[in-house]
Ligand binder design. Sequence first.
Ligand code: FES
Length: 137
Amino acid sequence: MSQPPARRTVLRGAALAGAAGFGLAACSPGDSGANASAVPDQPVELGAAAEVPVGGAKLYREDRLVVSQPAKGTYKCFSAKCTHAGCILSEVEKKEGSCPCHGSRFDVTTGKVLQGPAADPLPEVPVKAKNGKLIAG
Ligand code: FES
């Protein structure tokens, strides 16, 4: 009976260690993501709007943006730069984005902080779908 929980704990620990390693890489000096501005200063084409699931979200890590589609045809875009210390969110699951550095979590449909240490919401970025493509900024 004790075998499955113990195994899960070990696997979970390994997953967390992996995430932490990734986070350290993301925060290393010279990572342009940590120093670049949180929101784009000119329009960025993100690709097909259909790639963002209804009721879910897609992370555009290279563009440091996350786009959600809370209702069909309604898109919300936020900076994917964590407001705690500037790491870029590493993962989005349904409507929750997580930061690999210190574990902050954000609601990517509102930008709100769900779990600290980040205290401020993700800045919103205007986004529109044009000819089936998403344009942010
Ligand atoms: S930089 Fe995101 S939680 Fe610290």
